[in-house]
Structures are given as C-alpha cells and as structure tokens.
Design a protein around this ligand. Structure first.
Ligand code: N01
Length: 538
C-alpha cells in the first residue's frame, strides 16, 4: 500500500454512497486502518435508501432492534427506537446519529453524483468523476450504492401528455405530496405500494390501484415499543446480534426446525394463526420447508389467500387480490398496515391489469383496454433496476478498458458479490451474488464491511496494493449462486425482480445469493482463512 501522507494527491479509499454501507465503510477504513478515506454522496444528506424513499407509509419491514448497527456500543446504548418497525424519518434520524457519533460528516462530500470511474493500471489508482466535474483518485474504490437505488420507471406510452403530477416512490419530493381531494392512481403492489396505498387513501378523494401481479402480505402489527422491551434490547444486545449473524436471513429470529408437511393440519392451522397474530416477516419462519417444498408452501399460500378473502368484503376485489400466481415468499413478501382492509373503503378501487392492461397514459389519466381512469396524480410504486442498475450508473471501466456494463451483458458475474474480475481494487458492498436483498441488510453490510477491512488490513501488512478476483473464482461462484437459487422456490418465479424480470431487456439471471446468510459468511471466512483464495493479491 502507498504511504498515506497528506501530501499524496490521491486517497487511499473512495466510497460511493452515504447509506448504512458507506457510513460504516468510511468509519472502518479511516478509524481502524488509518486510511485517508472519503465518501461521495449524490444527495445532500446521509441516509441512502432512506434519504430517497420518502413516500407515504415508508417504513422498514425489519424489526427496529435488528435494523441497526451493533459494531459499536455507543450506537447500541445511545439509541432508542420508538416502534416495532421504524418509519423513514426515524431511520434517517438514526443514520444522522451514527454519522455524528462517529464523526463521519467531515469526510463526506454531498451533492456529488459519480458518473465515471476508470482504473489506471500503471499507477494502480481509480480515477473517479462526478457530474459537476470533480475528479478524485483513490487506490481503492468501494461501491456502497445499495441494491435498490436505481428507480424503475416503466416505459408507458403517453406519460409526457399527462396533465397531472406523477412521482416515483424511490425519488419522492422532500416537501411531500398533498393528496387531499385528489384522484390518485397507484401502479404497483410490491412492498412499497402495499405500504403507500393505505396511507394515500386516508386523504385522497379517490385511489385507483393498478395491479399487475397479485401479492401476499402479512399484517405487520406495528406498535410502540414499551420501556421494558427497550431495556431488554440494550441488556441483551450481544445475544440479539449473535442470533442475527447466525440466522438464514439476518433477522433476530431463527427459522423453526419443523416441517409444514409433517405437521398435522390442525396443529399447522394453529401455528399459522399464532404467526398471523404476531405478524411481520416472522410468519415465513414458522416452518423450514416453506421456501423449498411446493406442498409446504401451498399450506402457507392457501392460509393467506383465505385471509384475503375474509378481509376484503367485495368478492370481486377479493378474487383479484387473492389470485396470486407464485409461491408465498418466492418474491419478497411484503408486510402491511391495513393493506387489504383499505379495499373496503368507498374511495379505493382496484384495476386488474391482467384482465384489462394499460394501453397508454393520456392527458387526463390512465387508459386501460376497457376504459379511461381520470387521475390528478400517478404514483409509480414500480420498484427498481435492482442490484445492477445502481452500479451501471457509475460508468465503471476496469483494466484493459473493460466496461462493467459490457462485461455483465449476460448478467452479473462476481466472486462472493464482493469483487468483479477485471476490476482490481473495486469492492461492491452487497453486490449481486451476495445474500443482500434476501437478508436483513444492516448485519449483511456489517459482514461485508468487516471482510473488506480485514482483507485490506492483511494487504497492508504484506505491503500489497492490488487485489483482483479471478475469472475462475467468479465462474465457480456464479455456479454456486445458481445452485442455491435452484434449490428454492424463488428460482421458478419468472416475473421476479430477483431475476431481473421487471426491467425490459435485462438478462434473466438470479442475482442474490439464496444459500443463506449463515452459510455465506462461513464461505467468506474460509476464503480469507485460505489466504484470499480466488483473489490475486500483489
Ligand atoms: O418494487 P417491486 P417495490 N405496469 O419491484 C409493478 C424493498 N423494500 O418498490 O409484480 C404495471 O417489488 C410490479 O408488478 P409485477 C424490498 O426489497 C423494502 O415495491 O412485476 N405494474 C409490482 O407490483 C422490495 O422487494 C422495504 O407484475 C408494474 C410493483 O410494480 C423492494 O424494495 C420497503 C409495472 C413493483 O414491485 C422493491 O419493492 C419497501 C408496469 N409496467 C420496499 N412495472 C423495507 O422494509 C412494475 N410494476 C426495507
């Protein structure tokens, strides 16, 4: 590694993005390894996902005590969540608290959107450009842009003609949107739409939901946290974090060891009833075969579909909502507050896009194959160009002029989701091929940041300053990612964004690692123990 004196014209490390990942990476490289490290952030504040996603009802689906950092006592003992699931403003306050507690702000440049990064082999440096013309060089480049930062706005003809206002949930105006008395159309019923629709319906004159694929949802059962619970969290922080690190999905609970198919029907019903009352993502953890055995999954799916039919009073709406064509939790399972109930309100309508597809957007609203729906506002809750979209926007060019976009033309190719062949000294936190979106993100981010930090520390000790994963290692890891996905019911859902299916022209490759966070960490640890096998270090 180069000596890091203040007179060097380059940084040791440049990190892109000031969300959970970028903040911890800055702290660990600067304060643990003594590197000259900085963050470039496109927004004018920290927060990442939670800076941009300010739509009504935006709230985390992970329980608050598992949606935080555990690496520093000050961050655990000095913070208190107010509710079972933290809302977007509270998470933003938390990330500002992290920033200030660790004194990170002085090394973050805001309003600096990266639009180019080139590897310079002769000098072993990354040269990075921002939209407003800044140029910064660094030995190491770390992408902390997140998995869901590139909004997916569907190309529907006529949007430019629309006389009303329209918004994408992932780029929500900071001043908010006043829906009072408005006719609002919401396209999309994923985790975001399901959070937003009940809140919008409280003030809008009329909400029309345009549903393409019906979706499961479990009641979140959000509630304020009691003083006793808050105290227990602080007292048991070590145990809670240990559970998160050994859990398949990084949550503070484990998947139960029993099988749905081996449980008598009456008992199974009772287990589902209890889980429904507890609410949240814990529902899918009550049997260990739900995600791997169609027969087991059917028991959960049928249970939820019955609940939908009971909750929604209008039988026609209930049928459209319960007509779900994929296994439960094989797409990201949303959790909700009053989602299905909202369809009992007089001011909420449902359009089944499978029966009557959108033809175009008009001046006055959305025209489907059978009628025009007049609207004042359209909300696109249509998700993201997930996992690869945010990385492509950086316009990264590696060694020998290799462009990331070209190299990944047939789908992402990484080793462990951490490095890409041909892109030396670039690390991708929660990159494609890592558990990422299948995992509660803060512990997965902690694990990635710590792995990268340990790796660079080892290199420092050896006097090395170049690391690049090999083609062979990426090939083998790609096979493991596919094997792991094929072993689950997730692989079979053809319209899932896990496979890139929501973006026209995107290659259909299963992107996150479905083998479990627990297993993944062991693999990463073994790679490090074997002297970073699969990575060429010099
Ligand atoms: O996006 P999505 P999201 N015409 O892609 C529909 C995370 N998250 O923003 O299923 C009509 O899941 C699309 O339909 P279909 C979480 O990981 C986290 O809701 O493709 N409809 C679908 O209904 C989540 O998974 C939290 O047929 C169109 C919807 O839009 C991820 O973000 C909270 C369409 C998009 O659903 C993304 O969720 C919220 C078109 N042309 C979200 N294009 C936390 O708690 C798309 N759709 C942390």
């Amino acid at each position: 590694m180069s000596s890091s004196t203040q007179s060097d014209s380059h940084l040791d490390a440049l990190i892109i993005g000031a969300g959970f990942a970028g903040l911890y990476q800055l702290h660990s490289l600067r304060d643990r390894l003594g590197m000259r490290a900085q963050v470039l952030e496109a927004g004018d504040g920290v927060g990442g996902t939670w800076y941009w996603n300010r739509y009504p009802g935006a709230r985390c689906d992970s329980e608050s005590h598992s949606y935080m950092f555990y690496f520093d006592e000050r961050l655990v003992q000095g913070w208190e969540w107010s509710q079972r699931y933290p809302g977007q403003p509270e998470i933003l306050r938390y990330l500002n608290f992290v920033t200030d507690t660790l004194d990170l702000r002085r090394d973050i440049t805001f309003n600096a959107r990266v639009n180019g990064a080139e590897w310079d082999e002769a000098n072993r440096l990354w040269h990075v450009r921002t939209e407003d013309g800044r140029q910064i060089s660094a030995r190491y480049l770390v992408s902390a842009v997140g998995c869901l930062s590139s909004a997916n706005l569907p190309q529907i003809a006529g949007l430019e003609d629309f006389q009303g206002d329209w918004y994408h949930t992932g780029q929500w105006p900071h001043e908010g949107v006043d829906f009072t008395g408005k006719r609002v159309g919401v396209i999309g019923t994923g985790a975001t739409g399901i959070q937003a629709i009940p809140v919008i319906a409280q003030t809008a004159a009329q909400v029309t939901v345009f549903q393409r694929t019906a979706n499961y949802s479990i009641p979140a059962r959000n509630q304020p946290l009691t003083p006793e619970f808050k105290r227990e969290i602080k007292e048991n922080a070590t145990e809670i974090y240990a559970t998160m690190r050994k859990a398949t999905n990084g949550h503070a609970f484990l998947i139960d060891d029993r099988l749905a198919v081996a449980t008598p029907e009456e008992d199974r019903q009772e287990i589902y009833d209890k889980a429904w009352e507890v609410g949240g993502l814990r529902f899918r953890a009550v049997f260990k075969d739900i995600l791997v055995d169609q027969a087991a999954n059917d028991t959960a799916a049928d249970y939820i579909k019955d609940k939908i039919r009971q909750m929604v009073k209008d039988p026609k709406k209930a049928e459209v909502l319960a007509d779900i064509d994929h296994p439960f939790a094989a797409k990201r399972p949303p959790i909700d507050t009053n989602y299905f109930d909202v369809y009992n309100r007089d001011n909420v309508g449902l359009v089944d896009l499978r029966a009557t597809p959108i033809e175009r957007i008009t001046q006055a609203g959305i025209r489907t194959s059978d009628q025009e729906h007049p609207l004042d506002i359209i909300v696109f809750a249509t998700g993201f160009d997930a996992m690869t979209g945010g990385l492509f926007k950086l316009n990264i060019t590696g060694s020998g002029g290799r462009k990331l976009k070209d190299y990944w033309y047939a789908g992402p190719r990484t080793n462990l989701g951490l490095q890409v062949p041909g892109f030396p000294n670039l690390f991708t936190i929660t990159g494609p091929g890592s558990p990422s979106v299948l995992c509660n993100l803060p512990p997965q981010i902690e694990q990635h940041v710590e792995w990268i930090t340990e790796c660079l520390k080892t290199m420092q000790a050896k006097g090395a300053d170049r690391i690049e994963t090999t083609e062979d290692a990426a090939e083998q890891w790609g096979e493991e990612v596919e094997r792991a996905a094929r072993a689950t019911l997730l692989f079979g859902v053809k319209h899932s964004w896990y496979l890139g299916a929501n973006v026209p022209g995107k290659p259909r490759v299963f992107m996150p690692y479905a083998g479990g966070f627990d297993r993944y960490q062991k693999i990463c640890d073994q790679v490090a123990a074997d002297g970073y096998k699969g990575f060429a270090i010099s």
